[in-house]
Write a protein that binds this ligand. Structure first.
Ligand SMILES: [Fe+2]
Length: 216
């Protein structure tokens, strides 16, 4: 049928390449060897996934990561101001490492205390991925009937509106940024020692009533 379709409200997922030389080795020798400040399984109880310092900011704990912090802040502010068109400057509220063994999963979640989130990949292989969930069309506050679209049948017009989530393959040095309300996760990891660094970012000043708290 002759028709016109307009895709409304696309969400940005921005991919930057960063210098991660020596970061995984630093994690192994200096951070993993410490047994304090480690949260096993996060809030999902999966012991295959260990978060290191996920209630802190690793850039305040390890001066050796200062160059990486600068690169992430530069990238985040590029995304927020030049891609998303905000004027405020972003600061990092917290940053932490995630190491996942084979078979581990991180279920779909999003982050509070942030307007922008990011993850930098430090130890990957060809099987490393992350998924993002379409924020529209899913109600989590009321019981609802379910009628799922057929994701296995190609749309005759080439549209992609029917996918509930997208899968992104990632490599070492890839840094992804996305708005904090986008849910993300992965399942049944097949990368030995899948290692990433995640971070939350907030504006350093707000035009509204409340102000953010920074750890420095
Ligand atoms: Fe996350």
């Amino acid at each position: 049928m002759k028709h016109q379709t307009i895709g409304l409200f696309a969400q940005p997922l921005v991919r930057l390449q960063m210098n991660v030389n020596g970061i995984a080795e630093f994690f192994d020798s200096e951070i993993k060897s410490e047994n304090g400040r480690v949260n096993k399984g996060g809030d999902m109880g999966d012991e295959s996934l260990i978060h290191y310092h996920n209630d802190h900011n690793v850039f305040r704990l390890y001066d050796q990561l200062a160059d990486l912090e600068s690169e992430i802040l530069k990238g985040a502010n590029f995304v927020y101001r030049n891609v998303m068109n905000f004027d405020s400057e972003l600061g990092i509220t917290n940053a932490w490492f995630n190491e996942c063994a084979i078979g581990g999963s991180q279920f779909m979640h999003n982050h509070c205390n942030a307007v922008l989130c990011g993850t930098l990949y430090l130890r990957t292989d060809e099987k490393t991925f992350i998924q993002f969930q379409n924020p529209f069309g899913i109600s989590e506050t009321v019981c609802n009937l379910t009628d799922l679209p057929n994701t296995k049948r190609d749309n005759p017009y080439g549209y992609h509106f029917h996918f509930p989530q997208v899968t992104c393959v990632v490599e070492n040095g890839v840094c992804l940024f996305w708005p904090s309300y986008i849910k993300h996760g992965y399942y049944n990891n097949q990368t030995p020692g899948r290692l990433s660094l995640s971070f939350n970012l907030m504006p350093r000043s707000f035009s509204g009533l409340y102000n953010p708290y920074f750890s420095s």
